[in-house]
Design a protein around this ligand. Structure first.
Ligand SMILES: [Zn+2]
Length: 312
């Protein structure tokens, strides 16, 4: 009996120690030759997931490894880098940051001596809002953030193609999800890293969104001859379905917001709009709708009031 109790007690202790270790469940998923993704959950930030809610990728070139996005914390970046260097036997040589949202760049500290590339708008966004994002993340994921500080990208990503260690990589610059949305298209493997321009079965987030620009960017992405699509959040696919889904969701969002503004609805009424059956499989649709209304509706209401004011 004593032995049994002791066994249970030690099990509890070892589980607690593992939790105290703050180890992210990182499992490299090979999606093409030389190309891997660490796929995050389609959840909100929480103390359970430690902010591992985003897809980060890496390409193992002959010259070393190229990392795309560094996750939500110093711990994530460090564990990501250690895993990559252990499993590939190669050094990370370069990092790209797709945009300035905290789940995509707060692991930069683990790569700070390396070139970290981003679009100018992304670096400006990190400089402007990074500290605010970081304190918010301490509140949302707690000790997973320990010793995380903001490290801004240190190189300007040049749009266009470059051959690196046998991979022809193209940097593409878009906007719409934020003012600087970088995508990477690997012409050698056909993999497109779309960042948060594309969500798959996870509602799009809109704190810095310009929906018209975003829709135009999706049209451009659709023209690329990709074979594998890596969305910023959600499952990797071999078709363009997540682009179509993100587009349909944004069109719906834009339509309900415009109609609500035209009809003079207040924010609470718009937030209560039912999610159409088409998006029932989309995680966090109702909570992201509430956030999107808060982000986007005030401007639409103001626009709606303009003609009336001019007529006065
Ligand atoms: Zn984002």
């Amino acid at each position: 009996m004593r032995h049994w109790l002791w066994a249970v007690a030690s099990l509890v202790i070892s589980v607690e120690l593992a939790a105290a270790g703050f180890d992210y469940p990182l499992q490299p998923q090979q999606i093409a030759t030389d190309t891997f993704v660490l796929e995050g959950k389609t959840e909100d930030f929480s103390k359970d997931n430690g902010g591992f809610i985003v897809n980060s990728g890496y390409i193992v070139t002959q010259d070393g490894v190229v990392v795309i996005d560094t996750g939500a914390s110093r711990r994530f970046g460090e564990q990501q880098r250690a895993l990559i260097e252990k499993t590939t036997g190669k050094k990370v040589i370069r990092v790209y940051i797709t945009h300035h949202h905290p789940d995509h760049f707060l692991g930069n500290q683990a790569f700070s001596e390396l070139p970290i590339y981003a679009l100018p708008a992304t670096t400006q966004g990190v400089q402007r809002e990074g500290e605010m994002f970081s304190s918010n993340m301490y509140r949302l994921i707690g000790d997973w953030m320990r010793d995380t500080s903001v490290v801004a990208p240190n190189q300007v990503a040049q749009v266009g193609k470059e051959t690196l260690g046998g991979h022809e990589l193209e940097v593409l610059a878009f906007k719409g999800h934020t003012q600087g949305d970088l995508a990477i298209f690997d012409h050698t493997t056909g993999v497109l890293f779309a960042g948060d321009l594309v969500f798959n079965n996870r509602a799009a987030t809109t704190p810095h969104a310009e929906i018209i620009d975003w829709l135009a960017s999706l049209e451009q992405l659709l023209k690329l001859p990709f074979k594998v699509l890596v969305p910023g959040h959600g499952k990797i696919t071999q078709d363009a379905e997540p682009i179509a889904q993100t587009r349909a969701y944004l069109v719906w969002l834009q339509t309900i917001l415009q109609q609500a503004a035209a009809n003079g609805l207040d924010m609470n009424e718009v937030m209560a709009t039912p999610i159409p059956a088409d998006f029932k499989a989309v995680a966090l649709a109702q909570s992201e709708l509430r956030r999107s209304v808060a982000h986007l509706y005030p401007a639409l209401e103001t626009e709606q009031l303009k003609p009336a004011k001019q007529a006065e």
